[in-house]
Design a protein around this ligand. Sequence first.
Ligand SMILES: Cc1cc2nc3c(=O)[nH]c(=O)nc-3n(C[C@H](O)[C@H](O)[C@H](O)COP(=O)(O)OP(=O)(O)OC[C@H]3O[C@@H](n4cnc5c(N)ncnc54)[C@H](O)[C@@H]3O)c2cc1C
Ligand code: FES
Length: 511
Amino acid sequence: MSAEQAPPKGPDFSTGITPGDVPDGGMLAGHVGGDTVLLARRGAEWFAIDATCTHYHGPLGDGLVVGETVRCPWHHACFSLRTGEALGAPAVASVACWKVEQRDGKVFVREKAEAIAKPKAKARGAADKPGRIVIVGGGGAGFAAAEMLRREGFDGSLTMVSVDETAPYDRPNCSKDLLAGVAPEEWMPLQSPEFYKAQSIDLVLGTEVAAIDPKARQVTLAGGRNLPFDRLLLATGAEPVRLDIPGAGSAHVHVLRSLADSRAIIADAASAKRAVVIGGSFIGLEVAAALRARKIEVHVVAPDKRPLERVLGLELGDVVRRIHEENGVVFHLEETATAIADGKVTLKGGKVLAADLVVVGVGVRPRLQLAERAALKLDRGVVVNQYLETSAPGIYAAGDIARWPNKITGDSIRAEHWVVAQRHGQAAARNMLGQERAFTDVPFFWSQHYDMPVNYVGHAEKWDETAIEGNVAGKDCVVRYKRGGRVLAAASIYRDVANLEIEAEMEAAAL
Ligand SMILES: Cc1cc2nc3c(=O)[nH]c(=O)nc-3n(C[C@H](O)[C@H](O)[C@H](O)COP(=O)(O)OP(=O)(O)OC[C@H]3O[C@@H](n4cnc5c(N)ncnc54)[C@H](O)[C@@H]3O)c2cc1C
Ligand code: FES
C-alpha cells in the first residue's frame, strides 16, 4: 500500500471478530492486511471472499447476501460465497476465497484458500454431447456464452463469428466514460487476445454470417465458407434506427452502437463546439452527458413531454431532465428534427439549431434477418422457450433479439439490456450442454447521467400505479411500477440495496 492510499475500511479480520458482529444471513466488510475481505454467515457456516467485484470494482459489502450468494450493488453481478465463482454476469472472473477459522469464541480470517476446481456439470437432458458450437455475434450475449461454455467444461470446437472488427468489448461504456474521455480504450475489451487463444475460442472477426441452414446444421459466411454446428447460438443484437430526413446521411451525423461509432463521435467532438442529440433515449441522454463533459454545447430534441417518461415515469423523468439542465443541456421537447444541413438542424416547429456534430439516438431494431431467412419463429424478436431454444431444435437465441417467457409477469418479453444479454448467453451455454436450466433471472439495467446512476429491475411496459419511497427530487429514492397492485419493476437512485432486495423477491417468486 502506498503512503497516499487510504487504509482499508472495517475490522481487521486477522485479529478476530466476535460471531455476533455478523448477523445470520448477513455480511461484514473488513480487511486482512491491505486486502479487503467480505465475511458472511449462514447459520453455523462462515464464508470469506474478496470484497471487490471483478466487473468494475464495486464494493460487495454494500450489496446483498441472497442464500449462498452475494450480489454487487452497482450492476448486480452474483458471486458464490462458497466458491467465489462469478455465477451471474456482468462479472465473469471469480473472486478469491479466504480461510475462516473459529477459535476461542472468535472468528479469524488470515489467508487465502486454495481455488476450488469447478466440477464438470452433468448434462441432464440431451444425451448427444455437442462437438461443435458456433456463436453468431461477438457482443454481450455471444461473449458470455463462449466464456461459460469453456467454464462449464465444453472441450469441443467453439467458433464465434462477428461482423464487428473488434473482439468483444464493453458496449455500455461506448456512451459513458469512454465517450466522455474519462476512461481509456484499454478498459473496453472484455478479455485479452490471450484469453481467446488459451480457451481455444476461434474468433472470426469482421465477418458476416450470411445464412443459417437449420436442417443441414451449418452457417454460411459472407465469403461462402460453411461452418457446421451441433449447437448454434444466435446473438446478433440490434441496430440503431436511422432517420429518414434530408441530411441524415451527412458525415457529421452519427448513430451509436459500436466502438467504431463511439470513436467516430470522439473524433468529431475534438473540434465540435455545438452538438444536437436527436432522441431522448437512454443512449441519447448519455451521449449528451458525455459531450457536456467535453465542454460542448448540447441541445436535445425529443418528441416526448419529458425524457425517459415512457420507461421511468413522470417523477424520474423530471429528475433526469433537471440533472441534464443543471449540467447545461438545453431540451427541445415535443419536437422533432425535419432536416439536417451543414452546421444546422431544423425542427418541425421552425427553430433552427446550430450543430457541427449530430448524434441520433432514436432507438434500435433487433437484427432478425438471419433468423427470418432460416424460418425461425418470430414475434417482434426471435421466440425462445424457457431454455432459450428457438423453434429449431439445437439453435438458441440470446440478448437483444430474444423474446423469452418471463416468469414474473407471465408474458413474453424482449429487453435491450447488457446484463440480460450476458445472462442469456450464460444460460444458453449451459443449456446447449444439456443442463436444462430454465431462464428465470430478473431483467436488470442501469444508466448513468453525470454522477447519478439509475438502476432498474424487472420489466414494466405499462403500469397503473407508481409507489414512491424516499425523495425523488433529492435523488434518493425507489419507484415501484405496479399493475393491479403487483410490482412489475422498480427503479432506484442511490438505493442499491433496496433495488437488490426487490430483485431477490422477484427471483424467489419466479422460482
Ligand atoms: C452505447 C450503448 C450503451 C448502452 N448502455 C447500456 C447500459 O448502460 N445498461 C444496459 O443495461 N444496457 C446498455 N446498452 C444495451 C446493451 O449494450 C445491449 O443490450 C447488449 O449489448 C445486447 O447484447 P447482444 O449480444 O444481444 O448484442 P450486441 O452486443 O449488439 O452484439 C451483437 C453482435 O452481433 C454481431 N452481428 C450482428 N449480425 C451479424 C451477422 N449477420 N454475422 C456476424 N455477426 C453479426 C455484431 O457485430 C455484434 O458483435 C447499451 C447499448 C449501447 C449501444
Ligand atoms: S461493479 Fe460489480 S457488477 Fe459492476
